[in-house]
Design a protein around this ligand. Structure first.
Ligand SMILES: NC(=O)c1ccc[n+]([C@@H]2O[C@H](COP(=O)([O-])OP(=O)(O)OC[C@H]3O[C@@H](n4cnc5c(N)ncnc54)[C@H](OP(=O)(O)O)[C@@H]3O)[C@@H](O)[C@H]2O)c1
Length: 277
């Protein structure tokens, strides 16, 4: 099995190690890439083709793992050369994934979405897939990947990922707002304790981690919420998603991203109180 990657960042390098350990041949292309990406390629020891055309012509499965804003551009670049199955695994909206996969002339396409962190879970990270060739892509389970087929239409996997993401960001935003106000009143621990009685046993620890992540990734989350609001916009105004978008926009503007992830939410709340009150 020959697996090609367009883009060789965290996703491609992590999945490659697991795929090769399980017997797959992994390829990429170095052309035009940064020092960071070149180092990833060297460290992982995957083979390279000199051009994206050759990469596309020679891969049984070609996975696009670039940055979301380049998903369409790279699909257009290889669209007429891709001989095998083309998989878009980028964090993009269902509409963008459909537009992206439309560029692949042989029509052998898959919409895939990573659920969870590649860094934490390695090749075993949950990947959901939809599209007419999703079952063939799922053959990579024989090479160590953890893929679940969720539908036969492009856009379904990305839709699940985005709606789940809207939900989890919404919960984090609500927690942040409630516990920050509790903190200012000196009752944050009690608020957490009483919410935990209606939630799961490890709620307090996960709530603290969510509050910290909300602040640490506020800017990126506001960009992701923009995509979600766009996807949900229609006759029924997505008021909840818009509220979550505003929350992360304001938080991102108020807070400067620290070098290191804070270990305690007190640090974040103290900073906000100093600049806001
Ligand atoms: N990391 C995760 O846990 C995770 C989870 C879910 C989804 N995702 C999604 O998976 C995708 C990849 O994520 P990542 O964490 O691997 O990103 P990353 O570490 O930022 O790597 C992105 C890679 O894409 C390359 N690239 C950018 N523009 C390109 C172009 N025009 N042609 C070819 N290569 C290009 C970059 O090369 P240069 O360095 O040369 O720019 C880099 O190698 C993203 O869409 C992300 O949203 C990631």
């Amino acid at each position: 099995m020959k697996v090609g990657f367009i883009g060789f960042g965290e996703v491609a390098s992590t999945l490659s190690v697991g795929l090769m350990e399980n017997g797959a041949e992994v390829y990429t292309c170095i052309d035009g890439r940064s020092t960071r990406t070149r180092n990833n390629i060297l460290q992982t020891g995957v083979e390279t083709y000199p051009t994206y055309k050759e990469l596309a012509e020679n891969s049984d499965i070609l996975i696009s793992s670039v940055v979301p804003s380049k998903a369409i551009e790279v699909a257009e670049m290889v669209g007429k050369y891709s001989k095998g199955i083309y998989v878009d695994i980028n964090n993009v909206s269902p509409k963008t994934v459909v537009d992206t996969l439309d560029k692949i002339e042989n029509g052998k396409t898959v919409d895939a979405a990573i659920i969870g962190s590649v860094f934490k879970n390695g090749v075993n990270v949950n990947v959901i897939a939809s599209g007419s060739f999703a079952n063939e892509f799922a053959d990579l389970k024989n090479y160590g990947m953890n893929i679940t087929v969720v539908g036969s239409v492009n856009g379904q996997a990305s839709g699940i990922k985005l709606l789940r993401s809207s939900y989890t960001k919404g919960v984090s935003a609500l927690l942040f707002e409630s516990i920050y106000h509790g903190y200012k009143m000196g009752i944050d621990k009690e608020v957490l304790k009483y919410i935990s009685e209606t939630e799961c046993p490890d709620f307090i620890e996960s709530a603290k981690s969510r509050i910290i992540s909300a602040a640490f990734h506020a800017h990126r989350r506001s960009e992701e919420m923009d995509e979600i609001v766009e996807m949900l916009s229609g006759k029924q105004d997505p008021v909840m998603a818009k509220g979550i978008l505003d929350f992360f926009k304001i938080l991102g503007e108020n807070i400067k991203k620290p070098e290191k992830r804070p270990t305690d939410y007190n640090e974040i709340f103290e900073y906000l109180m100093k600049i806001k009150e």
